[in-house]
Design a protein around this ligand. Structure first.
Ligand code: FMN
Length: 162
């Protein structure tokens, strides 16, 4: 079963292109931010490290996403790299349930919501917003980070693995 939702509006050629891109295995992250409607999360695999000095990372936000207004406006975001055991959390934040309940996260001043028990967390201040095609590239300056050992959750050809 393929888990990645496929929008109806895509042509056969675009679907073939999307499947081709799925040959590239990635890790899986949940990005969090505060918004006018409260704290929220979203499953992403477009995360990339850009620069060591200064510490810059990026991810890409789909302009079709209902979460677009909140994430594109956020001054801070946190990238959480998920462990192999965390598939349920990836599935949850890929679906419509994107608001965070108080027990889901730790609140901190001047930072995005912090999810517990992840492989790695990068707390970022939004450094640049770059509209690019049908996505926006969000570049973040990493302010603090935490990491632990463990197997990573992966995504390849529309399926989760490790
Ligand atoms: C493994 C995986 C990776 C994803 N990566 C991204 C991503 O990098 N950027 C993005 O905008 N949406 C990404 N999505 C889609 C969102 O998680 C979410 O499913 C989509 O935004 C749903 O639309 P909504 O925000 O309107 O509810 C990914 C979904 C999955 C399952």
């Amino acid at each position: 079963m393929t888990l990645d939702p496929v929008p109806d509006r895509l042509s056969d050629d675009t679907l073939a292109y999307r499947r081709a891109l799925g040959s590239f295995a990635t890790g899986v992250c949940v990005v969090t931010a505060h918004s006018a409607n409260g704290p929220l999360g979203m499953t992403i695999n477009s995360f990339t490290s850009v620069s060591l000095e200064p510490r810059l990372v990026l991810w890409c936000l789909d302009e079709q996403s209902e979460r677009w207004p909140a994430f594109s406006a956020a001054e801070h975001f946190a990238i959480h790299v998920l462990g192999a055991e965390d598939r349920a959390r990836a599935e949850r934040f890929a679906k419509g349930i994107w608001s965070l309940a108080p027990e889901d996260y730790l609140d901190r001043p001047d930072a995005a919501p912090c999810l517990p028990d992840v492989l790695c967390r990068l707390d970022c201040r939004t450094h640049r917003r770059i509209p690019m095609g049908d996505h926006m590239i969000l570049v973040g300056e990493v302010q603090t980070f935490q990491a632990r050992d463990g197997e990573a959750l992966t995504f390849w050809r529309g399926r989760y693995g490790s």
